[in-house]
Write a protein that binds this ligand. Structure first.
Ligand code: ADP
Ligand code: ZN
Ligand code: MG
Length: 482
């Protein structure tokens, strides 16, 4: 019997507000432990929460971008549980009436199924606002300390329907969601620092069944690699168990990187009863129509739409278009460069190759790129005009990246112009052939492969600046005669 996995994701995205959701403490990452705290986020008796308008704005934008239906009035609720990193003894979340519900995104799952791209819709169950808990730190020796800087940082929790049928689909969705949040500038998407966290729910069922099996939940998948590995492991584990006639226990599991397995964290019996009730200290969140219009206008072209437009408008392949639309700034850079030189494929190649390599090497963001879009366009033009060869262009690019100078300046300063003068090259060709008369004889006796050697010698003499087409032509003429 064949089985298929059924997967749903719960994603927590830290919203990029300057202050926390219910107090004015800073949200800055990396401050001294417990320095970003006040009576509100410490949960001291009598302290009252005040809702951060910016957090609501960001949640609304994310909801709209994910195709959700907004609740123009939503309600905060207390989710009660005890944990050392939760000083209030409850989390302020939303239960019955979240910010938004019933979303949908359509994604192109390119190259995933036999290389043929396929479009699939994934539904979003809800998006709600809540405050984050603090962080327990287990120090060597057995002590546990708590850092409450993160307590009260705004989170958007995004819950999907169980629409994913493979780890690839879940991966594609999470990576799209991350890009959307980055485009909207509502989350920095940093999984290492915990700004984006993902829990996955998984069950398996016989192929063709319409009901769901019992699920397990895997917590804290804090990288894309872990998500894929944990899902693949858990799918196999569950299918293996079901084949042996075992029942899947409903439980929470953790991905363990050391053993490359998922392990039980708590069983259903230990599940929390949160005893949700409406938060008495906060009014319902009401979003007036005019504000909603304003927020709607702030939503940029979204990554999937932009990718499809890049394919249609610039004739790019899917992979390039995906890479270029990775972030808004990267896509903006591309469009600006193309506006100076309509050679989208050449510009795309530079951006995915040398430019990305050098940004990574120097740990720079595209917004800090020393090569301006206009200068990159200029470089492409120099190659097109034959002023420099493609090979020299690579060196010029490196120098542009180092200095920020214009390519034309570098080419004339360093004398890198391509040598396309037949007279000048004939002289060098002659010298090369004279210095290697033994090889010339061998060539004429049939070792035609030596042509590569002669071309190489001329290139060496000209420091790579000789026009290769012309060199080949001149060598052909000279070696053929006499
Ligand atoms: P819980 O009651 O455990 O919180 P929910 O119904 O709220 O479960 O769903 C939480 C997440 O789990 C959602 O993403 C949902 O799509 C997913 N999910 C629910 N049931 C299953 C199942 N049987 N298999 C896989 N995922 C599921
Ligand atoms: Zn505070
Ligand atoms: Mg639930």
């Amino acid at each position: 019997m064949e089985f298929e996995p059924v997967i749903g994701l719960e994603v927590h995205a830290q919203l990029l507000t300057k202050s926390k959701i219910f107090c004015s403490c800073s949200t800055k990452y990396g401050a001294a432990p417990n320095s970003n705290t006040c009576p509100v986020c410490l949960g001291l008796p009598g302290a009252l929460p005040v809702l951060n308008r910016e957090a609501v704005a960001m949640a609304v934008k994310a909801s709209l971008a994910l195709g959700c239906r907004l609740n123009l009035k939503s309600i905060f609720a207390r989710k009660n549980y005890f944990y050392p990193d939760l000083p209030k003894g409850y989390q302020i979340s939303q239960y019955d009436c979240p910010v938004a519900e019933d979303g949908e995104v359509e994604l192109e799952l390119s190259g995933l199924e036999n290389g043929i791209s396929k479009f699939k819709k994934f539904r979003i169950n809800r998006l709600h606002l809540e405050d984050d808990a603090g962080k327990s730190i287990h120090v060597p020796g057995g002590d546990t300390r708590v850092n409450l800087n993160r307590t009260g940082v705004p989170l958007a929790e995004i819950v999907t329907e169980a629409d994913f049928r493979s780890s690839n689909e879940a991966y594609a969705f999470l990576s799209y969601l991350r890009r959307v949040l980055l485009y909207l500038e509502v989350c920095d998407g940093n999984m290492d620092e915990g700004s984006l966290r993902c829990d996955a729910n998984i069950s398996v069922r016989p192929l063709g069944d319409s009901t769901f099996g019992t699920k397990t939940e895997i917590k804290n998948l804090n990288s894309f690699r872990f998500l894929r590995k944990a899902l693949d492991y858990e799918i196999e584990r569950q299918i293996g168990a079901v084949r042996k006639g075992k029942r899947i226990e409903q439980e929470t599991r953790l991905w363990d990187e050391a053993s490359q397995t998922t392990m039980t964290m708590r069983s259903k019996e230990e599940a929390h009863d949160y005893r949700y009730f409406p938060e008495p200290d906060l009014l319902p969140v009401v979003i007036p129509e005019e504000w909603l219009d304003e927020l709607r206008n702030e939503i940029p072209e979204l990554p999937e739409a932009r990718k499809q437009r890049f394919i249609a408008q610039f004739g790019l392949d899917k992979e390039s278009a995906l890479l270029l639309t990775q972030s808004r700034a990267f896509a903006d850079y591309f469009e600006e460069a193309v506006s100076h030189c309509r050679r989208p494929v050449a510009i795309s190649n530079w951006m995915s190759g040398d430019l990305t390599r050098d940004l990574k090497r120097d740990n720079l963001d595209i917004r800090e790129c020393p090569v301006s879009p206009e200068n990159l366009a200029e470089l492409v033009k120099l190659v097109d005009k034959g002023t420099i060869s493609g090979k020299i262009a690579k060196d010029v690019f490196s120098k542009m990246f180092e200095s920020g100078d214009e390519p034309g300046q570098i080419v004339s300063r360093e004398g890198l112009k391509q040598i396309s003068s037949a007279d000048q090259l004939t002289e060098i060709v002659t010298a090369v052939l004279e210095a290697n008369s033994d090889k010339v004889t061998a060539y004429r006796n049939g070792k035609l492969g030596l042509i590569g050697f002669f071309v190489g010698q001329v290139m060496r003499e000209t420091k790579g600046q000789a026009n290769p087409k012309l060199v080949n032509q001149l060598l052909g003429e000279r070696l053929g005669s006499e």
